[in-house]
Design a protein around this ligand. Structure first.
Ligand SMILES: *Cc1c(COP(=O)(O)O)cnc(C)c1O
Length: 454
């Protein structure tokens, strides 16, 4: 393809100019979706036998299509889990693509895998897992959860011959992320949901729930999934208590910190995660609270060998990778994907450039912004705080508003290009949810959003 790009230089300049403009712009235009037929009417068919030309295609993207997307790093984007990739990480994402490195095996990817592993070493150190624990970058939290749970299930099968034909059962709480249930479906495993009040699971509740299982179900139980920061409210389960129960009962403990994992680096809240060092596996999403571009998740194992037993792929054409000359860390052995992008490289470059202290400060800022918002909500005469902020999430209500009022308010702010803040549900009632990730969000941003609720 390189040889036919006569206007490669020009296109490169366009792309670099766009990229530099975009990452320098701290308040990018807040786009919103359009109907597919409307987009098609504006841009026309873009895939043709002759091609429409790079300049033309790029212009359509820049002038039309990107405007039908929401810049999730906008400082007034407080919906879902926002993102705020560093400029360094974004630029290195381009370098990652340009370098064309196959990230599955050391034989081809050594230098890049070295970078990923440097970043991983820091992530693992935050968990305080024992010596020997390590992990690998995945496409996201869902893939990390699946990789961990498959490893747990394989280990459980390994333990007793009678498990070979048994349907596996996992236990988690109602506060767990939807991907847990969804990945259990992929694995054809059953889920026992513990109805935890207020998205918080304690060791005692887990113990009671296990006691309540039939003997057959107890035998099928292969893993417990605890949450290190619920996506809805930022609540961290009683990891210490849960870890003790799992140890006593000899059950694999997976801790899903896809959203909350960044806060392991924040000294002010680190104690809330005590007990995580006893987990068998942990999920952390650098594309959520560690300022990496999409997509980048991570799965960490206490015993890496168990992951290898579960995931290492075999095939005639892959045999060379197991050879002496290819000795080294093979990411393909520890998660569900074979061919893979070195998606930990942008995180590595940004960490190497800025240092871990800057990361700690940026994460603490998210927690601080949630506290600042909490105070302002407490002082707002028509606002009602639902519960104290937790990690970087605040839930609150606008007095007297119905679900429709919240929805209309969300669309009003979005359509005017001002902000994207979405409602959620707490104890079966509509609430407004702020989730802070971007350290560039200001107090003024919070004031202006709250002013739209007057
Ligand atoms: C976001 C999230 C996930 C899913 O992660 P993806 O990267 O979206 O696949 C899983 N668990 C928790 C707790 C999350 O917040």
């Amino acid at each position: 393809m390189h040889t036919i790009d006569m206007d490669l230089v020009e296109m490169t300049l366009d792309v670099m100019k766009y990229t530099i403009d975009r990452i320098s712009n701290v308040t990018p235009e807040m786009g919103s979706p359009k109907k597919e037929e409307d987009l098609l009417r504006i841009v026309g068919e873009t895939i043709t036998p002759e091609g429409i030309g790079g300049e033309n295609a790029f212009q359509l993207f820049r002038d039309v299509l990107v405007k039908a997307t929401v810049p999730i790093d906008h400082p007034r984007h407080l919906a879902f889990v926002p993102a705020a990739p560093t400029r360094a990480a974004i630029m290195f994402d381009l370098v990652t693509s340009a370098s064309s490195i196959h990230g599955a095996y050391w034989m081809e990817g050594a230098g890049g895998i070295f970078c990923e592993n440097q970043a991983m070493k820091w992530l693992v150190s935050l968990t305080k897992l024992p010596e020997g624990a390590f992990g690998v970058f995945t496409s996201g939290g869902t893939a990390a959860n699946l990789s961990a749970l498959v490893t747990a299930r394989e280990e459980w099968r390994e333990q007793k011959p009678k498990h070979a034909r048994e349907r596996a059962l996992l236990m988690t709480s109602t506060g767990a992320h939807s991907s847990i249930k969804s990945m259990a479906k992929v694995m054809d495993a059953d889920v026992h949901l513990i109805d935890s009040d207020d998205e918080f699971l304690s060791g005692d509740e887990l113990k009671d729930a296990i006691k309540g299982l039939s003997e057959h179900d107890r035998d099928r139980l292969f893993a417990v999934v605890a949450t290190g920061g619920t996506t809805n409210a930022g609540i961290i389960d009683d990891l210490q208590g849960i870890a003790d129960v799992c140890e006593e009962e000899n059950i694999w403990l997976h801790v899903d910190c896809a959203y909350g994992g960044g806060a392991l680096a924040a000294n002010s809240v680190r104690f809330l995660f005590n007990g995580i060092e006893k987990a068998d596996s942990i999920t952390i999403d650098p594309h959520k609270w560690l300022f990496s571009p999409y997509d980048c998740g991570a799965v960490i194992y206490k015993n890496l060998e168990l992951a290898k037993k579960a995931h290492s792929q075999k095939g005639a054409y892959l045999e060379i990778f197991k050879d002496e000359g290819a000795q080294g860390f093979n990411p393909a052995d520890y998660q569900i994907q074979l061919t893979r992008r070195l998606r930990g490289m942008p995180l590595w470059f940004s960490l190497a450039m800025h240092g871990t202290n800057k990361y700690k400060e940026a994460i603490e800022r998210g927690i601080e912004l949630a506290k600042i918002a909490e105070e302002k909500i407490k002082n707002g005469s028509n606002l009602e705080l639902v519960r104290p902020s937790s990690l970087s999430v605040v839930l609150f209500k606008r007095k007297g508003w119905t679900a429709e009022d919240y929805r209309d308010w969300t669309y009003r702010n979005h359509n005017s290009g001002f902000a994207l803040v979405t409602p959620s549900i707490w104890k079966e009632e509509s609430v407004i949810r702020f989730c802070f990730i971007n350290p560039d969000t200001t107090e003024k941003d919070i004031d202006e959003i709250l002013a739209t609720l007057e």
